[in-house]
Design a protein around this ligand. Structure first.
Ligand code: KIV
Ligand code: ZN
Length: 518
């Protein structure tokens, strides 16, 4: 790791990213993302928080088995019990690691931990030393560092180094910092911490003021050599530092930073799409690097400028981040082998059964639609293959009939299998989607509230697939579902049923709430 001109990319999509409302992923989905992160070239994968729930523990175990090149680690509070579980969870990793943390700001110590400074100091030393007895790679984070007393931070970090930490992380947990002050804090800590030159300094920023990327770059400019980030910037509240933005800023402005990462940038777009398909969290159109409009030139004067010379308005090439445009892939005569290869290129490393299932869907789609694009394939894979293979779906849509006219109340009849048993319901609504959702809710008995419903077109044309994404709230759990179909009412029903299945999975693997969690 710690080469001087390299910034390590520490990806926490599977841990902090998963803390985004509605972003929870099952184990198979996490493994799929982890494999793609490996392909992307990240240095560290934070696979989960092993002590938080049996489901999280198992995800860490499976991610460790699935990837070989990056360090895989689990988060752990600075407590023996957490560390023991984290150490056990990463046993199977080729390069195992552990990330332990404790809050250091007065506000967190007083009102969250109810611990004195001395008690916190003691926990740091004991936790790091205990972790180091089991693992070589141990990272320590001072949670809420940006609101902590600087000189206390210096003491805490010096203690972590004495206890054997290899990486020290400075989080802006609440997204409160601004770049000039955060950069200065990083410099101060590096200059004043005892043994500072022996460790890699890391940063972990949240985006509450929209400054996570700017703060991370300020940290790098002041000596940090690791950035913690997530794909598409997903994460707790307003999210974390966006991996693609930080990587492309370092690459595009290389002469300013004189630093590189090990990321294969052409894998950025496939990774972003894959995550969005898996979580159902769509990427805003204007999101830098990976949004649909990131490379679109609308104003005539800009279009003219780009046509004359691309660099007039483009500071990066779309190909550099893996955007190749709507590529026409195949028609209905294309073979299974070519289809499997295209899936690989799109970032889906699937097993034989999954490829076969997706291929059947592809054939059906190719019958309905003249041209099948990459986006169509991604959408159908998300629907069909990213179900929960390790657990059969509880709900299955069997049949649907809707009626709509300008003079009658819209109605829907839906037949579904629930635990293998067929059930039917009829309902009316103020539109056919409403009627259909009411009928599904009647059959499933679900009282979940529909928080969000969006419909978009996967590609252009009136025969395009509609892609529906919805988010349900059941008590304190938010979960999203996705569905795509050439008929948008079918896509809507599939998205709702998918969300109900994911909710079931979540209930069974319910995360125990962890006191003092990040
Ligand atoms: O935001 C935060 O402080 C964290 C720590 C656990 C690094 O996520
Ligand atoms: Zn965080």
């Amino acid at each position: 790791m710690g080469s001087k001109n390299i910034v390590n990319i520490f990806d926490t999509t599977l841990r902090d990213g998963e803390q985004s409302p509605g972003a929870s992923m099952n184990i198979d989905e996490k493994v799929l993302i982890a494999r793609q992160l490996d392909k992307l070239g990240v240095d560290v994968i934070e696979a989960g928080f092993a002590a938080s729930s049996p489901g999280d523990f198992e995800s860490v175990v499976q991610v460790c088995k699935a990837v070989k090149r990056p360090i895989v680690l689990s988060l752990a509070r600075a407590q023996h019990g957490d560390i023991r579980k984290a150490v056990k969870a990463v046993e199977g990793a080729r390069k195992p690691g552990l990330h332990t943390f404790i809050a250091t700001s007065d506000i967190h110590m007083k009102h969250k931990l109810r611990m004195s400074r001395d008690e916190v100091m003691e926990s740091v030393g004991t936790a790091v030393a205990y972790a180091r007895r089991h693992l070589d790679y141990v990272e320590f984070s001072a949670e809420d560092a940006s609101r902590s007393d600087r000189d206390f931070l210096v003491e805490v970090f010096s203690e972590a180094i004495r206890a054997g930490a290899k990486t020290l992380n400075i989080p802006d947990t609440t997204g409160y910092a601004i770049p000039s002050e955060f950069g200065e804090l990083v410099r101060y800590l590096i200059e004043n911490t005892e043994g500072s030159e022996k460790v890699t300094w890391s940063t972990h920023c949240h985006n509450d003021l929209g400054l996570a990327v700017a703060n991370s770059l300020a940290a790098v400019a002041n000596g940090a050599r690791q950035v913690e980030c997530t794909v598409n910037g997903i994460g707790e509240r307003a999210g974390n530092t966006s991996l693609e933005e930080v990587v492309m800023a370092l690459k595009t402005r290389q002469p300013v930073f004189n630093l590189d990462t090990r990321v294969h940038t052409e894998q950025i777009y496939p990774t972003s799409r894959l995550l969005s398909q898996v979580t159902g969290i769509t990427v805003p159109l204007n999101k830098p690097i990976v949004g649909d409009n990131a490379f679109a030139h609308e104003a005539g004067i800009h279009q003219d400028g780009v046509l004359k010379h691309k660099l007039n308005y483009e500071i990066m090439k779309p190909e550099t981040v893996g955007i190749t445009g709507n590529r026409l892939v195949m028609g209905k005569h294309s073979g299974r082998h070519a289809f499997g290869e295209r899936l690989q290129q799109l970032g889906f490393s699937l097993g034989k059964d999954e490829i076969n299932r997706a291929f059947e869907r592809f054939k059906e789609l190719a019958d309905k639609k003249k041209e099948v694009f990459d986006e169509d394939i991604e959408a159908l894979v998300a629907d069909e293959v990213l179900r929960i293979p390790s657990q059969p779906d509880r709900y299955e849509l069997v049949y649907m009939n809707i009626a709509s006219s300008s003079s009658a109340v819209p109605s829907a009849t839906v037949r579904m299998r629930v635990d293998g048993e067929e059930k039917m319901a009829h309902d009316t609504g103020d539109g056919v989607v409403d009627a259909c959702y009411k009928a599904i809710a009647r059959i499933s008995g679900s009282r979940a509230k529909l928080l969000r419903y969006t419909v978009s077109s996967v590609t252009a044309g009136t025969d395009a697939q509609g892609e529906v994404s919805c988010m349900l709230q059941d008590k304190d759990v938010n979960i999203s579902g996705k569905g795509s179909h050439t008929d948008i009412i079918m896509a809507s029903a599939l998205a709702y049923v998918n969300a109900l299945n994911r909710l079931e999975y979540r209930k069974r693997h319910r995360q125990a709430s962890v006191e003092g969690g990040p």
